[in-house]
Design a protein around this ligand. Structure first.
Ligand SMILES: C[S@@+](CC[C@H](N)C(=O)[O-])C[C@H]1O[C@@H](n2cnc3c(N)ncnc32)[C@H](O)[C@@H]1O
Length: 210
């Protein structure tokens, strides 16, 4: 008999349950098998659920999901929206599309632009979380706007240095948005020249506008 169980990939938004869709919340609460980061499992998992932490061993996590989905649905929580730099890409390499059901979430980038009352339809959305970006996408052009995901290597200071080398003016506007949706959310408005000298804000959304 054909197996009808699915891998349900749920976007949990930027972090606070206030930004979790009701359908995502229901799916997580009723899951028998729940996969997610330690932080997400600490927040959402209950004692009776079988859980698996997403760690560096992604292929081990995929193996676990593949074993479990033979006999029951598996719910995988990812931060923000699954379609924007999440484990969905790895899941698509392991499973056919029909095996996956995706529940969208609010991306950290969406929330950052919302906080600034800025539209993002004209912005280039780029991740430098665990990856580089090509000079062509980062290079300055008049009226260009960037929404960037940062990490401990590609910090806002590091990225500001790269952008200055690629022709962006020192006076370009920069917003560093961290812990979005949480009680300790912080948004700092600055310039590119000052951002180059600003430590911290490792896991942030960095918005840059010429
Ligand atoms: C692996 S990416 C996940 C992106 C996610 N799929 C999304 O749509 O937001 C992780 C990066 O997202 C950003 N991020 C996620 N949650 C955030 C939050 N609450 N506040 C600020 N940035 C956040 C940070 O740049 C972090 O390094």
């Amino acid at each position: 008999m054909e197996c009808t169980y699915q891998v349900i990939v749920v976007g949990i938004g930027p972090g606070s349950p206030d930004y979790l869709l009701p359908i995502a919340s229901r799916t997580i609460t009723t899951a028998r098998v729940l996969v997610g980061s330690k932080r997400a499992l600490d927040t959402f998992a209950s004692a009776e659920q079988l859980t698996k932490i997403i760690d560096r061993d992604i292929s081990g996590v995929l193996d676990f999901i593949e074993q479990q989905v033979h006999c029951q649905d598996v719910v995988v929580m990812v931060s923000g929206d699954p379609g924007f730099y999440s484990m969905l890409a790895a899941l698509r390499r392991r499973f056919v599309a029909e095996k996956l059901r995706v529940i969208p979430g609010i991306s950290s980038v969406q929330l950052a632009f919302a906080r600034l009352a800025e539209v993002w339809q004209d912005a280039a959305l780029i991740s430098m979380h665990g990856r580089k970006a090509a000079d062509e996408v980062l290079s300055y052009r008049p009226g260009y706007k960037l929404g960037l995901l940062t990490d401990t290597q590609h910090t806002p200071a590091n990225i500001a240095g790269i952008l200055l080398e690629l022709g962006w003016p020192e006076t370009a506007c920069v917003w560093l948005c961290t812990n979005l949706s949480y009680d300790d959310e912080e948004i700092v408005a600055t310039t590119l020249a000052k951002a180059k000298l600003t430590p911290g804000f490792e896991h942030s959304v960095m918005v840059v506008k010429a």
